[in-house]
Design a protein around this ligand. Sequence first.
Ligand code: PBG
Length: 332
Amino acid sequence: MDHGSFPGVRPRRLRTTPAMRRMVAETRLDPAELILPAFVREGVSEPVPIASMPGVVQHTRDTLRKAAAEAVAAGVGGIMLFGVPEDAKKDAVGTPGTDPDGILQVALRDVRAEVGDDLVIMSDLCLDEHTDHGHCGVLDADGRVDNDATLERYAQMARAQADAGAHTVGPSGMMDGQVRVVREALDDAGHQDVSILAYTAKYSSAFYGPFREAVGSSLQGDRKTYQQDPANAREALRELALDVAEGADMVMVKPALPYLDILRQIADASQVPVAAYQISGEYAMVEAAAANGWIERDRAIMETLTSVRRAGADMILTYWASEVAGWLRGGR
Ligand code: PBG
């Protein structure tokens, strides 16, 4: 240090040019690891914009098919479907969720017919989109979500979704034992090859706000008796152990950005692929700030996705999937 050559160690050398930075980048994004969540609404002839998620719509059956085809063209890896039944069809047990003619099952058949096996077709396996009270399960006489009665409905949903063409089902209701009953129901129905993406560490988050608009949810109250408390990390690892033991093929952490520490811990402990869900509120925050000129939209999007990947996600569910896949193909 006394030769006048301080600093002799210069990390900035590896940041000098775009080519150098690209070469030494530790984390890369690939369209194949992106999964597009998509909403399809029953009984509409035009897509319905979701005000709190600018750029995202409730699709018609037709526009959903187009969105799926676009995702394939962009090289996206998968699509996660959410059905929005007509209000009049929702009831206490979420009948549209198991009806072969329920909107989610119809959409699964549509998308499977459109893209075949070129995209991993996934379906949200949860009752909240289908119940009139908006909870993820059925209620007992005291109005509490009844875990074991809900499991029976999830088993029926799993079968309905697999029959309709889902490659992967995504139980997202955080009921105890849900992965086991879904696996058994699939196997009993001859769907041994249908995989389970378990919502393993799903937190009770304020950032789901825009999603409630996206699915026209009527939820009063909250989901704190079944979704995890944001204060807790350890129970995420407990949920991981349970889900894998019950037969999860892939596991998920959700939301993504406020839970990067959880994602890292799960990624380090998991022997199955790990997904992260960049949820509606994460999307809305970036879009709203960008619309105000407060942040650079595209850079912010890439930074969030890179961070989620860096924290350990093998796959990312993001409403920007097709757009970002297009950027990546263009060399960004
Ligand atoms: C439950 C479900 C939710 C989301 C995905 N699956 C809502 C919730 O748990 O309240 C949220 C997705 C998002 O916010 O983007 N069916």
